[in-house]
Design a protein around this ligand. Structure first.
Ligand code: MG
Length: 197
């Protein structure tokens, strides 16, 4: 299993649409950025890339590249999902939090979950989007910007092959012999613990 966390902030400004989780949220300001500035999806992507030790979104989608100007972050999330699939990772779950004083996010959360789940080919019960204010404090409280946190858990088939990391040339975890040897080591440790009692 591999855990990843992501964090992102974008400045609120006039004359931009507010896009969060691929949803256009009605508001008098939007987030400033090279892409659609979807701060929620950016945090999710960084969590996924982090869990896979695959760098960050700045490395994969640089904001100096005109190809990403105004691009939908949900489309970038699809690409991150494809990369994880290529590396053999399975997304177990995602839990994300939007931090904003305004607007109210509750009506739009189901659509955000749906968009993120679809982009990653996940069932919706594996994706959680929450929202909170910071009680008027800091840059989110003053309405200068919106922040997001995300955390994710990835698994891969090698998680089910106990001795994979110990036996670089073959898999013996699911078979006989090696797993029994490790079982014996564990028993020995337990016995030593017993003596301490
Ligand atoms: Mg960003």
């Amino acid at each position: 299993m591999r855990v990843g966390q992501g964090y992102d902030v974008h400045r609120l400004t006039e004359g931009r649409k507010l896009i969060l989780g691929g949803v256009e949220v009605p508001f008098d300001k939007g987030l400033l950025g090279h892409s659609d500035a979807d701060v929620l999806v950016h945090a999710v992507m960084d969590a996924l890339l982090g869990a896979g030790a695959l760098g960050d979104i700045g490395q994969h989608f640089p904001d100096t590249d005109p190809a990403y100007e105004g691009i939908s972050s949900i489309e970038l999330l699809r690409r991150v999902g494809a990369l994880l699939e290529e590396k053999g990772y399975v997304v177990e779950n995602i839990d994300a939090t939007i931090i904003a004083q305004r607007p109210k996010m509750a009506p739009y959360r189901p659509a955000m979950v749906r968009n993120i789940a679809r982009a990653l080919k996940l069932s919706e019960d594996r994706v959680s989007v929450k929202a909170t204010t910071e009680e008027g404090l800091g840059f989110t409280g003053s309405g200068q910007g919106i922040a997001s946190w995300a955390i994710t858990l990835l698994t891969s088939p090698t998680d089910y092959c106990y001795d994979y990391k110990m036996e670089a040339d073959r898999c013996s975890g699911c078979c006989h012999g090696e797993s029994q040897r490790h079982g014996a080591v564990n028993n020995q440790v337990e016995e030593e613990d017993h003596e301490d009692l």
